[in-house]
Design a protein around this ligand. Structure first.
Ligand code: UD1
Ligand code: CA
Length: 462
């Protein structure tokens, strides 16, 4: 049996009031469209046709980025309804070989593979199977209308429903499995004689129910199939998706101290026995090693954190932190930073495009940019690499075992050699050779009895 899917993603999503197509809005680290495509991945369908229209190029690019086998896109130039969108897909999507086709919207980020598996299993016995769910307040949804024997007879849209039909609480998720040939037939006969003047996909249900094979509904929990139509629902979906992500991390052996204040995106990996403290945000392709401790109150984006490292009250963007490294509190590590094993980037330290060799320490109040620090070096408090001359960035190199005195200004390009020293408060503008001391400051002048002299002068009124 050849199985395929049609993903309806051409609509604008008017209720989002957004410049951007609704399905491109991210939630918990993925766009809504990407979540939907990921729910299809385990089904190993032969073909997946994504219907694009509003912001077609951007939506197509996002669909293709999922790299799902058999994925193709078709363009629905004018958004004339869900039925019209499905018709464009069956006419242009290369679905002739498919026996069964799933149809689903692009705005159901909570969807998982499990209800889709059930739909596909039921599809063999009916012309259509609808994934339905129960809602205490079904306002806005299409209602599943059943006949006196309990069989599905049609779907009526909220706008077109009678008082009695509006009382029905079993609603259409807009996720279905169809016999492809029967669907193609009925899509060809759709009219747009309804409240919205659109071709409703839901209108194929009544004629399919007349057929021998009939129409079935299988039910799912509302929080797995509910669509996202506005930003309040997007936020709710985010809460549910993050809870799921955290459950996954905990099941795999990570400790999450306070799930309610922990924000982890879909593609983040956290190692065994790692501890994620409250107020922590792990985003993008972040990977946390085993036994590492992250947080509290930290944000890591595309960061790689080694085993046993600790990071507290810090922001890490596109940086690597080696095993056993110690970061924070109040540290800002930016792109291209690579902290080696057992290193330290301490309080109020900012680094950018800097590599720090094993065991080296930058404990306090420093800016290290475009720099290479060897192994076992110590960079004193308030050291600054002056990397920018107003036109270009320049590199600073600090050799293995070097000792940079507190408040050193390293004016790049400059190199401090292996085992070399700089004197506290120096402005280093020329290279310091291996083993040497570079010091740049005036002799101290000491004036004895100064405070007494000062007071006497004040009392004289001078
Ligand atoms: C639809 C169903 C409704 C169901 C509800 C569940 C219809 C007529 N109604 O209503 O029964 O309860 O979903 O959320 O199908 N789209 C296109 N092209 C179009 C129109 C829509 O691709 O011309 C896409 C949208 O991008 C969206 C999906 O189809 O991803 C659903 O469209 P939407 O307008 O959200 O349908 P609802 O009014 O929610
Ligand atoms: Ca919808």
């Amino acid at each position: 049996m050849t199985r395929a899917a049609i993903v309806l993603a051409a609509g604008k999503g008017t209720r989002f009031r957004s410049e951007q197509a609704k399905v491109l809005h991210p939630v918990a680290g993925r766009t809504m469209l990407r979540w939907v495509l990921e729910s299809l991945r385990p089904l190993e369908l032969e073909r997946v046709v994504v219907v694009v229209g509003h912001q077609a190029d951007a939506v197509r690019a996002e669909a293709e980025a999922a790299d799902l086998p058999g994925l193709t896109t078709v363009v629905q130039d004018e958004q004339r309804g869900t039925g019209h969108a499905a018709r464009v897909a069956v006419e242009q999507g290369g679905l002739e070989a498919a026996e069964t086709v799933l149809v689903l919207p692009g705005d159901v980020p909570l969807l998982e593979s499990e209800p889709l598996e059930r739909l596909l299993a039921s599809a063999a016995e009916s012309a259509a199977t609808i994934l339905s769910f129960e809602l205490a307040d079904p306002t806005g949804y299409g209602r599943i209308v059943r006949d006196s024997s309990g069989a599905v007879s049609r779907i009526v849209e909220h706008r077109d429903a009678s008082e009695a039909e509006r009382a029905i609480t079993e609603v259409n998720s807009s996720i279905y499995a169809f016999d492809r040939a029967a669907l193609t037939d009925e899509l060809g006969r759709l009219s747009s004689l309804n409240e919205q003047g659109e071709e409703y996909l839901t209108d194929v249900v009544a004629p399919l129910a007349e057929r021998e094979a009939g129409v079935d509904a299988v039910s799912a929990a509302a929080d797995t199939v509910a669509g996202v139509n506005d930003r309040a629902q997007l936020a709710e979906a985010g809460v549910a998706l993050r809870a799921r992500i955290l459950e996954g991390l905990m099941a795999a052996g990570a400790t999450v101290v306070d799930p309610a204040t922990t924000y982890v995106e879909a593609d983040v990996v956290v190692g065994t026995d790692a501890v994620v403290m409250p107020g922590t945000h792990l985003e993008g392709a972040t990977r946390i090693g085993s036994r590492a401790c992250v947080g509290p109150d930290s944000r890591l984006v595309d960061a790689e954190v080694g085993d046993d490292a600790t990071i507290a009250y810090s922001v890490v963007l596109g940086a690597r932190i080696g095993p056993g490294a110690d970061v924070g509190p109040f540290t800002y590590l930016r792109g291209g930073t690579d902290l080696g094993p057992a290193t330290k980037a301490g309080a109020f330290v900012e680094m950018k495009n800097a590599s720090v060799g094993e065991g080296s320490k930058v404990p306090h109040l420093s800016y290290i940019g475009d720099a290479e620090i060897g192994r076992g070096a110590n960079v004193g408090a308030a050291t600054v690499t002056a990397n920018y001359d107003g036109f270009a960035k320049h590199r600073t190199v600090i050799g293995d075992g070097a000792r940079i005195g507190s408040d050193t200004m390293l004016v790049a390009p400059v190199r401090v050699g292996i085992d070399a020293y700089t004197g506290a408060g120096s402005v280093i503008t020329t290279d310091v050779p291996d083993g040497a001391l570079g010091v740049e400051r005036n002799e101290q002048r000491t004036i004895e009895g100064y405070s007494e002299h000062k007071r006497a002068k004040h009392e004289r009124g001078g």
